[in-house]
Design a protein around this ligand. Structure first.
Ligand code: DCP
Ligand code: CA
Ligand code: CA
Length: 396
């Protein structure tokens, strides 16, 4: 137990606040972080473009094209939500829920939302010491320096930001203010739409304790169930739960993370993300060969490794390449670029196979080393996440 406390203490620089839960005391470094999340984003963009629909339920849909109504709801405005319409449900179900009202169903227009998002992110960035965009409609802002660590000033700044976004881009957002990303993210969700919730360091424990564990980032349905079997339902119960037992159940990294998160401890810095341009792996074969099965056996293994890394960083790719270093150390490569980005391991492997076949047909080199690469990487978009949710995924 000591380990975690010391670790936190040694990380804190300057002003700090201690938090006690039972016998555990942790020290929170004084930072002020905001999470700004745009309200019902895709639907609000549609309302802005066509104000005449504002008073009606608005449902933005990803049509799969199989039948007229097949596909899923991307998001809905708050009027539609009153009828039970929400992200991820089938369009047919949404239509059913709204059958007695004058509702508007629209297809997603990602390019338009992206343009609106880019302009808003510029506004947000201008108000932050450190800025980190988290998706198309949300971003973390570290505002410690410009508010001199003063919560009152940070709350005023949050009001200013809301005002600027509304005045310049005609959109409302909800903001959470707190001592770190974890608290800011959860507090942004408390009041929506057009909300502002500030949780000061001394209030963190009281704020988090009654919440269900599911509200912590990283606690999915499976984890929630496992915690429930341990008698842990709320964040407060998690905070009091023996950390060693947590580590036994979830492993050291995750167990420690859950423990710290339950105490409202999160030292993750707010930092600009630059996405990697490519990811690759290369490996040396046991002996030089032109045998496709042998090449692919090794290449597929590399594909899986690259893919895992890609998933962890929530990236999608648009290009696949293969490399062959021949016995004479000459390097050969083949590439293919798709029209649309994907995260599929199957597509990755299938393309790698195609490219190795092409290589073998076009060259008579023997392979000594084989490599695979994905490039043209970008952040996995919400629409894709949503489609995976809709069509089923193994994600916790
Ligand atoms: N999105 C999606 N499918 C999901 C979740 C989200 O397509 N399952 C898209 C549409 C949303 C956007 O991402 O407008 C942002 O997602 P949020 O979770 O922030 O949801 P909203 O902005 O729509 O609503 P809220 O007001 O709750 O933030
Ligand atoms: Ca949002
Ligand atoms: Ca969001």
């Amino acid at each position: 137990m000591d380990y975690f406390i010391k670790q936190q203490a040694s990380n804190s620089i300057g002003a700090s606040t201690s938090v006690s839960v039972g016998e555990v005391t942790v020290i929170l470094q004084d930072r002020i972080v905001m999470l700004v999340d745009l309200d019902y984003f895709f639907a609000q963009c549609e309302e802005r473009r066509n104000p005449s629909i504002s008073g009606k339920p608005v449902v933005v849909c990803v049509y799969s094209g199989r039948t007229e109504d097949s596909g899923a709801v991307s998001t809905a405005n708050y009027i539609a939500r009153k009828y039970g319409v929400k992200s991820g449900i089938p369009i047919s179900l949404a239509k059913n829920k709204l059958k007695d009202v004058d509702a508007v169903f629209l297809p997603v227009d990602k390019q338009f939302y992206r343009e609106v998002s880019d302009k808003i992110m510029e506004i947000l960035r201008s108000h932050a010491d450190h800025f980190e965009q988290m998706g198309i409609d949300e971003a973390y802002l570290d505002v410690t320096q410009r508010t001199k660590g003063n919560y009152h000033e940070a709350e005023e700044l949050a009001e200013t930001i809301k005002g600027d976004v509304l005045a310049q881009q005609k959109l409302t957002c909800s903001i959470g203010v707190g001592p770190n990303k974890l608290v800011a993210k959860i507090s942004a969700d408390v009041q929506k739409p057009d909300g502002l919730t500030s949780v000061r360091p001394g209030e963190v424990q009281g704020f988090l304790s009654p919440l269900p564990v599911r509200r912590l980032v990283g606690v999915g349905r499976k984890t929630e169930k496992r915690l429930e079997t341990l008698g842990v339902r709320t964040v407060g119960q998690l905070a009091r739960f023996d950390v060693q037992k947590l580590i036994e159940v979830f492993g050291r990294k995750l167990g420690a993370y859950f423990h710290n998160a339950s105490l409202g401890v999160d030292e993750e810095p707010v930092q600009e993300r630059s996405e990697p341009e490519s990811m690759s792996r290369i490996s040396t074969l046991k002996q030089d060969t032109r045998d496709l099965t042998v090449l692919l056996n090794e290449a597929y293994r590399l594909c899986s490794e690259v893919h895992t890394k890609l998933m962890r960083q929530e990236l999608v790719y648009r290009s696949v390449s293969i490399y062959v270093v021949a016995g004479d150390l000459s390097v050969h490569s083949r590439s293919k670029t798709f029209e649309n980005p994907t995260s599929s391991l199957e597509t990755f492997k299938r393309t790698v196979k195609e490219l190795y076949e092409k290589f073998l047909a076009e060259s008579d080199a023997e392979a000594r080393r084989v490599g695979v690469k994905v490039s043209n990487l970008s952040k996995k978009e919400e629409v894709q996440k949503q489609l995976t949710n809709f069509f089923g995924s193994s994600k916790d």
